[in-house]
Ligand binder design. Sequence first.
Ligand code: G3P
Ligand code: MG
Length: 265
Amino acid sequence: MTSYRPFSLDSLNNPYQQMEPVIAHRGASGEAPENTAAAIRLAAEQGAHWIEVDTTISAEGIAVIFHDSELKRCSNGAGHVAQLRLSELKALDCGSWFSPQYRGENILTLAELLTLCNQLGLNLNLEVKPNIGRETETVWAIRTALQQVPFDNSLLLSSFNHHALKACQQHLPDIARALNVDAIPYNWQERLEEYQALGLHFSADFFDAKLVQQLSEHGIPMACFTVNSPELAQTLWQAGVLSVFSDYPYRLIQTARKANQWHNH
Ligand code: G3P
Ligand code: MG
């Protein structure tokens, strides 16, 4: 097998060099409303140094932090995120659906999220969830937010979406990219080369120890979502997965510390 080396970024631009075994998935989203300031602050309090959040755009093209294309699951609103203007999105309550104690949490703009991460010293995996057909506009909105709020810490972009990754490559070429997939594809080299992606993020539901070993032997950084079980996390770390996305970062940070994984990466 020929040795595959991913597209080269120098170490300063390679966020995987700073990556730790646990990434707080949408913040500490098992214990606070996902993708809100409350979930991000809680993750930081719990010792996480990395968070993952999802970003999409408002009607007028401002990058905001939200997972679903529709508002109903995680807010008191209805309809599509991308059809509302920022002022309308900001009026929504994004906390009460989770618990009354979080009433008043509002949708974050990406600029606000970057400011919060800078304040808390958090590294960031920004997952691009573009509105379909507005992928390039979504990436432009990310670029605008990064121009407004220069980011102090490690930053990694990722997406499942072909057009979004291509737009990241074109419009944010200096920021490292990862390819998100459900299962690791057999043509993973080709797929990574296609986007000049440094890393591969895949679903724990499709964990394949042989493929993970193969990528590991080629030095491809891998992260796996969504892992809330300490046993599963240990299996993945031992197989060669660098990091796991967890809704319960506190739990898995304790596991990593006990398993001596915290500083082994
Ligand atoms: O970025 C990793 C993970 O968040 C991908 O899936 O649906 O939780 O955004 P999802
Ligand atoms: Mg995500």
